[in-house]
Ligand binder design. Structure first.
Ligand SMILES: *[C@@H]1O[C@H](CO)[C@@H](O)[C@H](O)[C@H]1NC(C)=O
Ligand SMILES: *[C@@H]1O[C@H](CO)[C@@H](O)[C@H](O)[C@H]1NC(C)=O
Ligand SMILES: *[C@@H]1O[C@H](CO)[C@@H](O)[C@H](O)[C@H]1NC(C)=O
Ligand SMILES: *[C@@H]1O[C@H](CO)[C@@H](O)[C@H](O)[C@H]1NC(C)=O
Length: 356
Protein backbone atom coordinates (compact mmCIF):
# COMPACT_ATOMS: atom_id res chain seq x y z
CA UNK A 1 0.00 0.00 0.00
CA UNK A 2 2.83 2.37 0.67
CA UNK A 3 4.11 4.47 -2.18
CA UNK A 4 7.34 2.49 -2.29
CA UNK A 5 9.78 4.58 -4.22
CA UNK A 6 12.80 3.56 -6.27
CA UNK A 7 14.03 0.72 -4.21
CA UNK A 8 17.23 -0.45 -5.61
CA UNK A 9 20.92 -0.17 -5.09
CA UNK A 10 22.75 2.55 -6.91
CA UNK A 11 23.21 1.94 -10.60
CA UNK A 12 26.84 2.81 -10.40
CA UNK A 13 29.36 3.74 -7.82
CA UNK A 14 29.27 7.45 -6.99
CA UNK A 15 33.02 7.72 -7.34
CA UNK A 16 33.55 5.70 -10.47
CA UNK A 17 32.79 8.52 -12.88
CA UNK A 18 35.07 10.97 -11.16
CA UNK A 19 38.11 8.80 -10.68
CA UNK A 20 37.84 6.55 -13.68
CA UNK A 21 38.08 9.14 -16.39
CA UNK A 22 41.11 8.37 -18.50
CA UNK A 23 43.13 5.29 -17.67
CA UNK A 24 44.03 5.08 -21.36
CA UNK A 25 45.75 8.46 -21.47
CA UNK A 26 48.11 7.30 -18.77
CA UNK A 27 49.41 4.64 -21.15
CA UNK A 28 51.00 7.43 -23.18
CA UNK A 29 53.56 8.04 -20.46
CA UNK A 30 56.93 6.41 -20.90
CA UNK A 31 57.43 2.81 -19.85
CA UNK A 32 60.31 3.87 -17.61
CA UNK A 33 57.88 5.65 -15.33
CA UNK A 34 56.76 2.25 -14.12
CA UNK A 35 55.20 3.76 -11.04
CA UNK A 36 52.57 5.25 -13.36
CA UNK A 37 51.98 2.09 -15.35
CA UNK A 38 48.33 1.48 -16.19
CA UNK A 39 48.18 -1.50 -13.85
CA UNK A 40 49.50 0.47 -10.92
CA UNK A 41 47.25 3.40 -11.72
CA UNK A 42 44.26 1.14 -12.03
CA UNK A 43 45.01 -0.50 -8.70
CA UNK A 44 45.36 2.91 -7.11
CA UNK A 45 42.08 4.01 -8.62
CA UNK A 46 40.35 0.86 -7.43
CA UNK A 47 41.78 1.38 -3.97
CA UNK A 48 40.42 4.92 -3.90
CA UNK A 49 37.03 3.67 -5.06
CA UNK A 50 36.99 0.87 -2.51
CA UNK A 51 38.04 3.25 0.25
CA UNK A 52 35.36 5.66 -0.86
CA UNK A 53 32.67 3.02 -0.68
CA UNK A 54 33.63 1.38 2.56
CA UNK A 55 35.04 4.24 4.53
CA UNK A 56 33.03 5.03 7.65
CA UNK A 57 33.39 8.74 6.89
CA UNK A 58 31.29 8.59 3.79
CA UNK A 59 31.20 11.85 1.94
CA UNK A 60 34.75 12.71 2.93
CA UNK A 61 36.50 11.53 -0.22
CA UNK A 62 34.00 13.50 -2.27
CA UNK A 63 34.58 16.62 -0.21
CA UNK A 64 38.34 16.29 -0.48
CA UNK A 65 38.10 15.79 -4.18
CA UNK A 66 35.78 18.66 -4.87
CA UNK A 67 37.18 21.30 -2.58
CA UNK A 68 40.22 21.40 -4.84
CA UNK A 69 37.94 23.08 -7.37
CA UNK A 70 36.80 26.47 -6.03
CA UNK A 71 34.04 26.89 -8.64
CA UNK A 72 32.45 23.65 -7.50
CA UNK A 73 33.10 23.79 -3.79
CA UNK A 74 31.17 27.04 -3.49
CA UNK A 75 27.97 25.02 -3.84
CA UNK A 76 28.91 23.15 -0.68
CA UNK A 77 28.37 26.44 1.18
CA UNK A 78 25.19 27.41 -0.66
CA UNK A 79 22.52 27.71 2.03
CA UNK A 80 18.83 26.89 1.89
CA UNK A 81 18.06 30.54 2.53
CA UNK A 82 20.17 31.67 -0.45
CA UNK A 83 18.72 28.96 -2.67
CA UNK A 84 15.14 29.91 -1.81
CA UNK A 85 15.82 33.58 -2.47
CA UNK A 86 17.16 32.59 -5.86
CA UNK A 87 14.46 30.14 -7.06
CA UNK A 88 11.22 31.14 -5.32
CA UNK A 89 8.59 32.81 -7.45
CA UNK A 90 5.82 34.66 -5.71
CA UNK A 91 7.04 33.22 -2.37
CA UNK A 92 6.61 29.66 -3.62
CA UNK A 93 9.01 26.84 -4.50
CA UNK A 94 8.67 23.38 -5.97
CA UNK A 95 11.04 20.91 -4.33
CA UNK A 96 12.12 17.33 -4.77
CA UNK A 97 14.68 15.37 -2.77
CA UNK A 98 17.17 13.22 -4.65
CA UNK A 99 20.30 11.16 -4.28
CA UNK A 100 22.48 10.10 -7.18
CA UNK A 101 20.67 7.01 -8.50
CA UNK A 102 17.48 9.06 -8.86
CA UNK A 103 18.99 11.58 -11.29
CA UNK A 104 17.43 10.04 -14.43
CA UNK A 105 14.01 10.30 -12.74
CA UNK A 106 14.77 13.86 -11.69
CA UNK A 107 15.55 14.67 -15.30
CA UNK A 108 12.33 13.07 -16.56
CA UNK A 109 10.20 14.85 -13.94
CA UNK A 110 11.93 18.17 -14.70
CA UNK A 111 11.18 17.89 -18.40
CA UNK A 112 7.49 17.52 -17.57
CA UNK A 113 7.67 20.51 -15.18
CA UNK A 114 9.44 22.57 -17.85
CA UNK A 115 6.65 21.73 -20.31
CA UNK A 116 4.33 23.60 -17.89
CA UNK A 117 6.86 26.45 -17.63
CA UNK A 118 7.33 25.97 -13.89
CA UNK A 119 10.98 24.85 -13.90
CA UNK A 120 12.33 28.22 -12.73
CA UNK A 121 10.79 27.69 -9.31
CA UNK A 122 12.26 24.21 -8.80
CA UNK A 123 14.79 23.60 -6.04
CA UNK A 124 16.44 20.19 -5.95
CA UNK A 125 17.36 19.14 -2.42
CA UNK A 126 20.40 16.91 -2.91
CA UNK A 127 21.10 14.19 -0.37
CA UNK A 128 24.70 13.68 -1.54
CA UNK A 129 27.49 15.87 -2.87
CA UNK A 130 27.73 14.33 -6.37
CA UNK A 131 24.03 15.17 -6.97
CA UNK A 132 24.52 18.69 -5.61
CA UNK A 133 27.48 19.37 -7.88
CA UNK A 134 25.97 17.68 -10.92
CA UNK A 135 22.72 19.66 -10.84
CA UNK A 136 24.40 22.98 -10.06
CA UNK A 137 27.03 22.44 -12.72
CA UNK A 138 24.32 21.99 -15.38
CA UNK A 139 21.78 24.37 -13.85
CA UNK A 140 23.48 26.77 -11.44
CA UNK A 141 21.73 27.59 -8.20
CA UNK A 142 18.94 25.01 -8.47
CA UNK A 143 20.33 22.47 -6.01
CA UNK A 144 21.12 22.71 -2.33
CA UNK A 145 22.28 20.30 0.36
CA UNK A 146 20.88 20.46 3.88
CA UNK A 147 23.33 19.22 6.51
CA UNK A 148 23.98 16.78 8.09
CA UNK A 149 24.71 14.69 4.99
CA UNK A 150 23.51 11.09 5.06
CA UNK A 151 25.15 7.76 4.41
CA UNK A 152 24.23 7.51 0.72
CA UNK A 153 24.94 3.86 0.05
CA UNK A 154 22.79 2.79 3.00
CA UNK A 155 19.79 4.81 1.91
CA UNK A 156 18.75 3.21 -1.38
CA UNK A 157 17.22 -0.08 -0.38
CA UNK A 158 13.49 0.11 0.28
CA UNK A 159 12.63 -1.09 3.77
CA UNK A 160 16.18 -0.62 5.06
CA UNK A 161 17.00 1.63 7.98
CA UNK A 162 18.99 3.85 5.65
CA UNK A 163 15.98 4.29 3.38
CA UNK A 164 13.85 5.13 6.39
CA UNK A 165 16.38 7.73 7.54
CA UNK A 166 16.33 9.18 4.02
CA UNK A 167 12.54 9.60 3.88
CA UNK A 168 12.43 10.86 7.48
CA UNK A 169 14.32 13.93 6.30
CA UNK A 170 11.37 15.02 4.17
CA UNK A 171 9.27 16.65 6.91
CA UNK A 172 12.38 18.21 8.39
CA UNK A 173 13.41 19.82 5.07
CA UNK A 174 9.87 21.02 4.35
CA UNK A 175 9.55 22.54 7.83
CA UNK A 176 12.77 24.51 7.31
CA UNK A 177 11.34 25.96 4.10
CA UNK A 178 8.08 26.99 5.80
CA UNK A 179 10.00 28.58 8.67
CA UNK A 180 11.83 30.73 6.14
CA UNK A 181 8.40 31.97 5.04
CA UNK A 182 7.86 30.16 1.72
CA UNK A 183 5.03 28.03 0.38
CA UNK A 184 6.30 24.71 -0.94
CA UNK A 185 5.14 22.01 -3.29
CA UNK A 186 6.93 18.70 -2.70
CA UNK A 187 7.02 16.02 -5.43
CA UNK A 188 8.59 12.56 -5.60
CA UNK A 189 10.60 12.40 -8.82
CA UNK A 190 8.91 9.23 -10.06
CA UNK A 191 6.05 11.50 -11.08
CA UNK A 192 5.24 13.19 -14.34
CA UNK A 193 3.22 16.37 -14.89
CA UNK A 194 0.64 16.36 -17.66
CA UNK A 195 -0.71 19.79 -16.70
CA UNK A 196 0.07 22.64 -14.31
CA UNK A 197 -1.02 21.66 -10.77
CA UNK A 198 -1.08 25.19 -9.36
CA UNK A 199 -4.61 26.10 -10.52
CA UNK A 200 -5.83 23.14 -8.41
CA UNK A 201 -4.50 24.63 -5.15
CA UNK A 202 -7.74 26.45 -4.54
CA UNK A 203 -8.65 28.42 -1.44
CA UNK A 204 -6.22 29.21 1.34
CA UNK A 205 -5.85 25.86 3.07
CA UNK A 206 -2.74 24.90 5.06
CA UNK A 207 -1.94 21.49 3.53
CA UNK A 208 -2.96 19.96 0.16
CA UNK A 209 -2.42 16.27 -0.62
CA UNK A 210 -3.57 13.29 -2.69
CA UNK A 211 -5.10 9.93 -1.79
CA UNK A 212 -3.04 6.78 -2.38
CA UNK A 213 -6.13 4.54 -2.36
CA UNK A 214 -7.21 2.85 -5.56
CA UNK A 215 -10.96 2.89 -4.78
CA UNK A 216 -12.74 5.11 -7.31
CA UNK A 217 -14.34 8.26 -5.92
CA UNK A 218 -17.19 10.25 -7.49
CA UNK A 219 -16.06 13.33 -9.44
CA UNK A 220 -17.61 15.58 -6.78
CA UNK A 221 -15.87 13.82 -3.88
CA UNK A 222 -15.26 15.63 -0.62
CA UNK A 223 -11.99 17.54 -0.14
CA UNK A 224 -11.81 16.59 3.54
CA UNK A 225 -9.25 14.14 4.88
CA UNK A 226 -10.66 10.67 4.00
CA UNK A 227 -11.82 8.46 6.88
CA UNK A 228 -9.37 5.93 8.35
CA UNK A 229 -8.94 2.60 6.57
CA UNK A 230 -8.13 -0.88 7.91
CA UNK A 231 -4.96 0.30 9.61
CA UNK A 232 -6.84 2.90 11.64
CA UNK A 233 -5.54 5.77 9.55
CA UNK A 234 -6.06 7.14 6.05
CA UNK A 235 -3.78 6.35 3.08
CA UNK A 236 -2.70 9.81 1.98
CA UNK A 237 0.37 9.84 -0.24
CA UNK A 238 3.48 11.58 1.06
CA UNK A 239 4.56 11.90 -2.58
CA UNK A 240 2.87 15.17 -3.51
CA UNK A 241 2.19 17.81 -0.87
CA UNK A 242 1.61 21.53 -1.01
CA UNK A 243 2.04 23.56 2.17
CA UNK A 244 1.62 27.23 3.01
CA UNK A 245 3.87 28.83 5.66
CA UNK A 246 1.05 28.83 8.22
CA UNK A 247 0.87 27.60 11.82
CA UNK A 248 -1.43 24.77 10.71
CA UNK A 249 1.01 23.47 8.09
CA UNK A 250 3.99 23.77 10.46
CA UNK A 251 2.04 21.86 13.10
CA UNK A 252 1.41 18.98 10.67
CA UNK A 253 5.12 18.75 9.82
CA UNK A 254 6.15 18.88 13.49
CA UNK A 255 3.64 16.16 14.34
CA UNK A 256 4.87 14.10 11.35
CA UNK A 257 8.39 14.30 12.80
CA UNK A 258 7.06 13.37 16.22
CA UNK A 259 5.19 10.36 14.79
CA UNK A 260 8.40 9.21 13.12
CA UNK A 261 10.21 9.40 16.46
CA UNK A 262 7.46 7.44 18.17
CA UNK A 263 7.39 4.76 15.52
CA UNK A 264 10.98 4.49 14.41
CA UNK A 265 12.32 2.04 11.90
CA UNK A 266 12.08 -1.65 12.67
CA UNK A 267 13.21 -4.62 10.63
CA UNK A 268 9.82 -6.31 10.69
CA UNK A 269 7.70 -3.33 9.69
CA UNK A 270 9.89 -2.15 6.80
CA UNK A 271 8.40 1.24 7.39
CA UNK A 272 8.65 4.40 5.38
CA UNK A 273 7.47 7.90 6.24
CA UNK A 274 3.93 7.65 4.86
CA UNK A 275 2.14 6.11 7.87
CA UNK A 276 3.57 8.79 10.18
CA UNK A 277 2.33 11.51 7.80
CA UNK A 278 -1.14 9.98 7.94
CA UNK A 279 -1.19 9.77 11.74
CA UNK A 280 -0.10 13.40 11.87
CA UNK A 281 -2.91 14.45 9.51
CA UNK A 282 -5.57 12.41 11.28
CA UNK A 283 -4.68 13.45 14.82
CA UNK A 284 -4.49 17.13 13.91
CA UNK A 285 -7.32 17.42 11.39
CA UNK A 286 -9.06 19.96 13.63
CA UNK A 287 -6.00 22.14 14.22
CA UNK A 288 -4.98 22.40 10.56
CA UNK A 289 -6.97 23.27 7.44
CA UNK A 290 -6.53 20.23 5.18
CA UNK A 291 -7.47 19.80 1.54
CA UNK A 292 -7.71 16.58 -0.46
CA UNK A 293 -6.95 17.22 -4.14
CA UNK A 294 -9.32 15.76 -6.79
CA UNK A 295 -8.69 12.13 -7.62
CA UNK A 296 -9.27 12.49 -11.35
CA UNK A 297 -6.43 15.05 -11.50
CA UNK A 298 -4.03 13.36 -9.04
CA UNK A 299 -4.70 9.61 -9.17
CA UNK A 300 -2.47 7.07 -7.47
CA UNK A 301 -0.44 4.87 -9.82
CA UNK A 302 -2.43 1.95 -8.41
CA UNK A 303 -5.47 3.37 -10.17
CA UNK A 304 -4.00 5.12 -13.22
CA UNK A 305 -1.83 2.23 -14.42
CA UNK A 306 -4.32 -0.50 -13.58
CA UNK A 307 -7.74 0.63 -14.76
CA UNK A 308 -7.92 1.59 -18.43
CA UNK A 309 -11.67 2.14 -18.23
CA UNK A 310 -11.24 4.75 -15.52
CA UNK A 311 -8.42 6.45 -17.43
CA UNK A 312 -10.65 6.69 -20.50
CA UNK A 313 -13.58 8.04 -18.49
CA UNK A 314 -11.43 10.76 -16.93
CA UNK A 315 -9.44 11.59 -20.06
CA UNK A 316 -8.11 15.15 -20.20
CA UNK A 317 -8.47 15.63 -16.44
CA UNK A 318 -5.14 14.12 -15.31
CA UNK A 319 -2.54 16.49 -13.90
CA UNK A 320 0.20 14.52 -12.13
CA UNK A 321 0.77 10.78 -12.58
CA UNK A 322 2.72 8.87 -9.91
CA UNK A 323 4.66 5.80 -10.99
CA UNK A 324 4.01 3.92 -7.74
CA UNK A 325 2.50 0.53 -6.84
CA UNK A 326 5.56 -0.95 -8.54
CA UNK A 327 9.08 -1.52 -7.22
CA UNK A 328 12.42 -1.00 -8.96
CA UNK A 329 14.09 1.40 -11.37
CA UNK A 330 13.85 -0.82 -14.43
CA UNK A 331 10.17 -1.56 -13.98
CA UNK A 332 9.34 2.07 -13.38
CA UNK A 333 11.22 3.19 -16.48
CA UNK A 334 9.60 0.48 -18.58
CA UNK A 335 6.14 1.46 -17.39
CA UNK A 336 6.74 5.15 -18.08
CA UNK A 337 8.05 4.21 -21.55
CA UNK A 338 4.99 2.06 -22.26
CA UNK A 339 2.77 5.05 -21.51
CA UNK A 340 4.93 7.59 -23.35
CA UNK A 341 5.94 9.26 -20.09
CA UNK A 342 9.68 8.55 -20.31
CA UNK A 343 10.28 12.01 -21.75
CA UNK A 344 14.06 11.60 -21.50
CA UNK A 345 13.87 9.61 -24.77
CA UNK A 346 12.43 12.32 -27.01
CA UNK A 347 12.47 15.60 -25.08
CA UNK A 348 15.92 15.65 -23.54
CA UNK A 349 16.67 19.10 -24.96
CA UNK A 350 13.71 20.53 -23.01
CA UNK A 351 15.30 19.64 -19.68
CA UNK A 352 17.04 22.40 -17.73
CA UNK A 353 19.66 19.72 -17.06
CA UNK A 354 20.31 19.32 -20.77
CA UNK A 355 22.81 16.58 -21.32
CA UNK A 356 22.49 14.79 -17.99
C1 LIG B 1 1.04 34.77 -6.43
O1 LIG B 1 0.50 34.46 -5.16
C2 LIG B 1 -0.79 35.01 -4.94
C3 LIG B 1 -1.17 34.73 -3.51
O2 LIG B 1 -0.91 33.40 -3.14
C4 LIG B 1 -1.77 34.39 -5.95
O3 LIG B 1 -3.04 34.92 -5.77
C5 LIG B 1 -1.27 34.68 -7.36
O4 LIG B 1 -2.09 34.05 -8.30
C6 LIG B 1 0.16 34.21 -7.54
N1 LIG B 1 0.67 34.60 -8.83
C7 LIG B 1 1.26 33.77 -9.69
C8 LIG B 1 1.76 34.35 -10.95
O5 LIG B 1 1.38 32.58 -9.46
C1 LIG C 1 19.57 6.06 10.90
O1 LIG C 1 19.28 6.97 11.94
C2 LIG C 1 19.53 6.43 13.24
C3 LIG C 1 19.02 7.42 14.26
O2 LIG C 1 19.33 8.73 13.91
C4 LIG C 1 21.03 6.15 13.36
O3 LIG C 1 21.32 5.62 14.64
C5 LIG C 1 21.43 5.15 12.27
O4 LIG C 1 22.84 4.95 12.32
C6 LIG C 1 21.04 5.65 10.90
N1 LIG C 1 21.29 4.57 9.96
C7 LIG C 1 21.68 4.75 8.69
C8 LIG C 1 21.94 3.53 7.90
O5 LIG C 1 21.76 5.87 8.18
C1 LIG D 1 -22.12 14.42 -5.36
O1 LIG D 1 -23.23 14.35 -6.24
C2 LIG D 1 -24.24 13.44 -5.83
C3 LIG D 1 -25.29 13.33 -6.94
O2 LIG D 1 -25.30 14.44 -7.78
C4 LIG D 1 -24.84 13.93 -4.51
O3 LIG D 1 -25.85 13.05 -4.08
C5 LIG D 1 -23.73 13.99 -3.48
O4 LIG D 1 -24.20 14.52 -2.25
C6 LIG D 1 -22.56 14.85 -3.97
N1 LIG D 1 -21.46 14.73 -3.04
C7 LIG D 1 -20.80 15.76 -2.55
C8 LIG D 1 -19.69 15.46 -1.59
O5 LIG D 1 -21.05 16.93 -2.84
C1 LIG E 1 -12.33 0.55 -13.28
O1 LIG E 1 -12.97 1.76 -13.57
C2 LIG E 1 -14.34 1.63 -13.91
C3 LIG E 1 -14.82 2.99 -14.37
O2 LIG E 1 -14.61 3.98 -13.41
C4 LIG E 1 -15.09 1.08 -12.72
O3 LIG E 1 -16.45 0.97 -13.02
C5 LIG E 1 -14.51 -0.26 -12.33
O4 LIG E 1 -15.13 -0.75 -11.15
C6 LIG E 1 -13.02 -0.15 -12.09
N1 LIG E 1 -12.43 -1.47 -11.93
C7 LIG E 1 -11.79 -1.82 -10.82
C8 LIG E 1 -11.22 -3.21 -10.81
O5 LIG E 1 -11.65 -1.08 -9.86
Amino acid sequence: MSSGFLHQRSLHNPFSTQFYTSPSSSTNSKKSLSILSPTVLLSLLSLIVVLGVFSPWLGMPQKLFFTSNPAISKWGHYTLDQALTFVAKNGTVIVCIVSQPYLPFLNNWLISVAMQKRQDMVLVIAEDYPSLYKVNELWPGHAVIIPPVLDVEASHKFGSMGFFNFTARRPSHLLKILELGYSVMYNDVDMVWLADPFPYLQGSHDVYFTDDMIAIKPLNHSHDLPPPGKKGRPYICSCMIFLRPTDGAKLILKMWLEELQMEPWSRTKKSNDQPAFNWALMKNAKEADLYLLPQEAFPTGGLYFKNKTWVKETKGKHVIIHNNYIVGFEKKIKRFRDYGFWLVDDHKQESPLGGL
